[in-house]
Design a protein around this ligand. Structure first.
Ligand code: 7TS
Length: 405
């Protein structure tokens, strides 16, 4: 069991007053707050250990290199990758998906080939594929949403063809909270000879991950959504596939030799890490992952499910409130609309009460198109949220309803 009140003291921002009111932070889908240990890890590195990495014999450069490379090992264990060199540091999920689109996509996907996604993808798992399709004249298909915000595996079976080279799907929908049956999708992709990428931006902070057991080909997530710094992220890829992929960016660190007659590229993982990375951020990401592991992902998930159930019950009881995304398997996200009221207006009134939610299309416009709505209000919960905060949200929504109807 988690001691939530004690955990809350680890997060300094939770004490902030917003517009004179106690902050109620319910925008964890957009980004999670940082515990003091993560903030300290980053500043300690800058204060005491900073130097560039992978390039110096001097003491500080070696310390930094060790700290950075130890996080790679830590992430390898965290997602249970077979090899350390299968873990590539990126700037985040978006950057990782673009890397795969530009390298795997450009090398292995050709005219007439197909890429299969779902209708619930974040724009960062749509637009890179659209750009690739434009360039290579390949075809982007999607598995449609059902009314409850889930997908049907029979649709996936029908839509995948021998021409499908890649399936790229979100594990947990940021807009609806739907948890996708990724094990089954991975099996369907492989049965049809396609590779599969899992966008785990909204899953890594809620689930224990074992990429070997999943057998996915690529797995990506952002550091800032798992209580770590912005500008950090991970691309996991199976080493035989990563080895066949050309580099993404050219520059320092990703080469073995450079001359004007030609360049030889470095081995994994450095082949995909050109230039000076976000060293401090990656080190603090390691601290964030340790923080989450110490709490226990299963404990986190159990508590967040309790919060989700409580909030779903309370919000459902509000007359004229409709929840979008009612799939059986859901993460701690509630998207909703008040009858006849624009989500933005609700967001502004809640903000005046110190309650932070996200309003709009959540970078998932096809989801909104599916439901024929402009956007939703989205409350997304983390383990530091409480039932009392859900009650404050409910009061805020009631107030907004009264003011706006
Ligand atoms: N994929 C999913 C499922 C996401 O939720 C997000 C960010 C991304 C990809 C992109 O991550 P980034 O770190 O590269 O930006 N989602 C959200 C959100 O729901 N509200 O703000 C950002």
């Amino acid at each position: 069991m988690l001691d939530i009140q004690k955990i809350r003291t680890d997060f300094p921002i939770l004490n902030e007053k917003i517009r004179g009111k106690q902050l109620v932070y319910l925008d964890n889908g957009a980004s999670t707050q940082k515990p003091q240990v993560v903030i300290d890890a980053e500043s300690y590195y800058y204060e005491h250990q900073y130097a560039n990495i992978h390039r110096g014999v001097h003491y500080l450069s070696q310390v930094g290199t060790d700290l950075y490379e130890n996080v790679r090992k830590q992430v390898q264990q965290f997602v249970n990758a077979k090899h350390e060199h299968e873990i590539i540091f990126t700037k985040g999920t978006t950057n990782a998906i673009n890397l795969v689109a530009y390298t795997f996509g450009r090398k292995f996907i050709n005219e007439g080939d197909e890429i299969l996604i779902t209708e619930m993808e974040h724009h960062s798992n749509i637009v890179p594929w659209q750009m690739l399709c434009e360039e290579k004249k390949c075809i982007l298909k999607y598995i449609p949403l059902q009314a409850d915000g889930s997908i049907n595996l029979e649709d996936a079976e029908k839509l995948i063809t021998p021409k499908t080279k890649l399936v790229s799907v979100v594990y947990v929908s940021n807009a609806l909270g739907t948890i996708n049956p990724i094990k089954e999708l991975i099996a369907i992709a492989h049965k049809n000879g396609a590779k599969i990428l899992i966008d785990a931006a909204q899953a890594i902070q809620h689930f224990t991950i074992d990429v070997q057991a999943l057998d996915c080909d690529f797995f990506v997530f952002s550091g800032h959504k798992i209580y770590g710094p912005t500008g950090t992220g991970i691309l996991y890829g199976k080493d035989d596939i990563l080895n066949q992929m050309p580099p993404y960016e050219g520059g320092g660190d990703m080469i073995k030799t450079v001359s004007f007659s030609g360049t030889t590229f470095n081995d994994l993982p450095f082949k995909f890490e050109a230039g000076t990375p976000n060293i401090a951020g990656c080190i603090a990401l390691g601290t964030a992952i340790k923080y989450v592991q110490d709490l226990g992902i299963d404990n986190i998930r159990a508590y967040e499910t309790e919060l989700l159930n409580y909030a779903t019950e309370k919000l459902s009881a509000i007359e004229g409130l409709k929840i979008y995304g009612t799939a059986k398997h859901k993460s701690s996200v509630i998207s909703f609309l008040l009858d006849g009221i624009h989500p933005y207006d609700v967001g502004v009134i809640l903000d005046n009460q110190g309650i932070a939610i996200r309003t709009g299309h959540h970078c998932a416009q096809p989801v909104m198109d599916h439901y024929g709505i402009p956007g939703t209000c989205r409350a997304s919960f983390a383990f530091y949220n409480t039932k009392e905060e859900v009650d404050v949200l409910v009061e805020g929504i009631l107030k907004a309803k009264k003011m706006l109807s």
